[in-house]
Design a binder for this molecule. Structure first.
Ligand SMILES: *[C@@H]1O[C@H](CO)[C@@H](O)[C@H](O)[C@H]1NC(C)=O
Ligand SMILES: *[C@@H]1O[C@H](CO)[C@@H](O)[C@H](O)[C@H]1NC(C)=O
Ligand SMILES: *[C@@H]1O[C@H](CO)[C@@H](O)[C@H](O)[C@H]1NC(C)=O
Ligand SMILES: *[C@@H]1O[C@H](CO)[C@@H](O)[C@H](O)[C@H]1NC(C)=O
Length: 212
């Protein structure tokens, strides 16, 4: 056999594999069941899936006051391929990623994922998803909120996993290419009880599923 023939055979095999894997890879669906309730499903088109790793920030007015959410900061790692091909491995990542040290916006090189973008709150508390690597943005508002499952990972602080959410595009803001997101499979992020006045920073990780 000559080299060209072997090359063609190889390419044919690769092509066939890609064809069959395209057929097999059905659009994945995020887990929507928290404790007892379920987030509303969507019939919009799945665009991206990300693993978010960062912090949930709270403020305490004084000892014994209720912690108030002040914002959140996270790097969003592109996990779309994994969601399509091995969702159970994807679901195992947030409970592990929450234990990996996090430096805001400088975390980009320590996981084998491409950075999709960043998550933060704007100056008036709008949860923002800047998917800068694909030039898409969601300015969110919460449209559904359920407790994480009781078995969810409590995170390194041991405080518990933040709620699972559905967010949709906030009216009056120019979201672009994303109109709905879920935050699910959360790990960590719940606040401590306030013991002093000040800012409280709690490590968390989660999956974010983006639709349009
Ligand atoms: C999509 O979902 C919305 C509500 O979430 C519903 O009003 C609409 O009929 C659905 N469309 C299709 C094609 O199923
Ligand atoms: C939240 O905490 C992070 C540290 O993880 C900090 O970089 C960020 O500025 C804080 N954001 C807000 C809104 O407090
Ligand atoms: C990014 O998206 C916006 C809104 O659709 C568009 O106006 C802009 O030209 C895009 N930028 C690039 C670099 O593609
Ligand atoms: C906060 O205080 C409540 C009531 O005292 C207690 O049940 C809860 O476990 C505390 N939470 C944390 C994270 O310590």
């Amino acid at each position: 056999m000559n080299v060209m023939f072997i090359l063609l055979l190889f390419l044919a095999t690769v092509f066939e594999f890609l064809q069959s894997s395209n057929v097999v890879a059905k659009t994945p669906i995020p887990p929507l069941s928290g404790d007892a309730t379920e987030l509303p499903s969507t019939n919009l088109t799945l665009q991206y899936v990300a693993v978010g790793r960062g912090t949930q920030n709270y403020t305490c007015a004084s000892s014994g006051s209720l912690p108030v959410q002040q914002g959140a900061v996270a790097t969003l790692f592109d996990a779309t391929w994994l969601a399509y091909h091995d969702e159970s491995t994807l679901n195992a990542i947030p409970p592990r990623a929450v234990y990996i040290p996090f430096l805001p916006y400088r975390f980009d090189v320590t996981l084998p994922f491409i950075v999709l973008g960043h998550h933060f709150f704007d100056s008036i508390g709008t949860p923002t998803f800047d998917l800068y690597s694909v030039n898409k943005t969601l300015y969110g508002r919460k449209t559904s909120d359920i407790k994480a499952p009781a078995a969810a990972n409590k995170g390194p602080a041991g405080t518990g996993a933040v709620d699972w959410l559905q967010l949709t595009a906030k009216p009056g803001y120019e979201s672009n290419g994303v109109s709905l997101a879920y935050r699910v499979v959360t790990a960590g992020g719940e606040p401590f009880n306030c013991t002093i006045a000040g800012i409280m920073i709690v490590q968390y990780a989660a999956e974010y599923w983006f639709y349009d």
